[in-house]
Design a protein around this ligand. Structure first.
Ligand SMILES: [Zn+2]
Ligand SMILES: [Zn+2]
Length: 235
């Protein structure tokens, strides 16, 4: 009996020992695994920390770079704003110049029109001038013609004056000295009366002194003249 219990007890002890052994082994293995995992984690953490540091420094350098870029851009913006302001002023000036140009163009067109008008007027007055010159030439010719005609007339007038002087120097013949017509020789009687020619002063019958003519420039009334004087006075 005793051996049976002893046997069971030893078996149980063995089993427990065996179990303990197994458990210890498992624990050791688990510990080893945990250690391994911890090492891995630590490595990962270190790596991540390193990465983080890198990233931070990268970020810092980028931030600095961006800040510098921002500063540069701000300066550029200020410059661009200044340029924009200048450009705007120039644009205002340009608009002003454009308006002035349009105004000047309008004035130019007006003055061109005026110029054309003046030119037309000038051409018209030129042709009128030519016409007047032509008329002037014609008038000058007419004038010289008239002058020569006047000279001719003056000559004739002088001749006439000489002739008139000659004629006026003749005196009326006395009635008593003449007994017959000085042209047809008909004797004068009581019915055949004597007539003086008012131009030459000679005595004629009625038939030979039947005509009348203006004798002197002073008298406009026609006077009795002989046939010879009539011919001279009216030719
Ligand atoms: Zn007579
Ligand atoms: Zn007469």
């Amino acid at each position: 009996m005793k051996s049976y219990f002893e046997d069971i007890s030893s078996k149980a002890t063995y089993n427990i020992q065996n179990l303990f052994c197994n458990t210890t082994e498992s624990l050791t293995q688990a510990n080893q695994t945990a250690d391994l995992q911890r090492e891995n984690f630590e490595k990962q953490i270190a790596s991540l920390e390193h990465e983080l540091t890198n990233t931070q420094s990268d970020l810092e350098s980028r931030t600095k770079k961006y800040e510098m870029q921002f500063l540069a851009l701000t300066e550029n913006l200020a410059t661009v704003r200044g340029e924009l302001k200048i450009a705007h002023e120039k644009l205002v000036d340009f608009e002003q110049i454009k308006r002035e140009k349009a105004d000047l163009q309008g004035r130019l067109t007006t003055s061109q029109d005026e110029n054309r008008m003046f030119l037309e007027r000038s051409l018209t007055s030129e042709s009128r001038n030519e016409k007047l010159l032509l008329e002037n030439g014609q008038l000058a010719k007419k004038n010289s013609d008239l002058e020569s005609a006047l000279q001719e007339l003056a000559g004739e007038y002088q001749n006439l004056q000489i002739h008139t002087n000659k004629l006026t120097q003749r005196r009326w013949l006395n009635d008593q000295d003449v007994h017959e017509c000085m042209k047809c020789n008909q004797l004068f009687t009581l019915t055949q009366r004597k007539h003086h020619c008012r131009n030459c002063g000679n005595i004629f019958c009625d038939t030979c002194s039947s005509k009348t003519a203006i004798v002197a420039a002073a008298s406009k009334k026609p006077q009795r003249v002989c046939d010879q004087c009539f011919k001279e006075l009216t030719s």
